[in-house]
Write a protein that binds this ligand. Sequence first.
Ligand code: F6R
Ligand code: ZN
Length: 193
Amino acid sequence: MSDNKLFMPFGVEYDLIKGIMKNPDKHLIRKASSMKGHYEDAAALDKIIAAGDPLHYEVFEKNIPEENGHLQFCISTTQPGLVGDECFMTKGHYHRIPETAEIYLCLTGRGYMLMKTKEGDSVAEEMFPGRMVYVPPYWAHRTVNTGDTPLTSFCVYPGNAGHNYGDIEVEGFPKRVYKRNGKIEISAWKRKS
Ligand code: F6R
Ligand code: ZN
């Protein structure tokens, strides 16, 4: 083809047992230090950062144009761990184009997808291998690892969806997920005034 704009088909190999995408083009790494302001116990997060700033989560992607009609896809891997008694999680975001949805197919580990709308709706959906969570348009979303092994999902979303981190940083998620005495607790978060 002489048309340089034509995007060529391609294939990607996965290890679905381990939750690994082979030969990703992009590898995003978020350490504990990039999670400031997201956990209830800021002092506990500072301690973890001072003790070595461990890996929190990673995203593995291929280069796909950020355009309507394309589909972005990735492997998202969140490490197990606690900040105080709150489970490790992703920052979470709305999509920049809010009327875009997303599918998370869980491959490894155990946890929750926390979701919220600007109208105040709030839902926690369980994640475990073989379970898919559908994030509808207009729902901010964050993954939380409640297990002892990495929580890994294959995600697919519209090419032009983008990320809006700013709004949810201001709003916060109404639900938080804790592990206390080995038990998972999901409770409402009261913002400190
Ligand atoms: C894309 C998406 C995931 C997340 C990834 C990291 O729309 O939802 O690929 O980007 O799980 O989480 P964030 O982006 O919230 O840091
Ligand atoms: Zn998303």
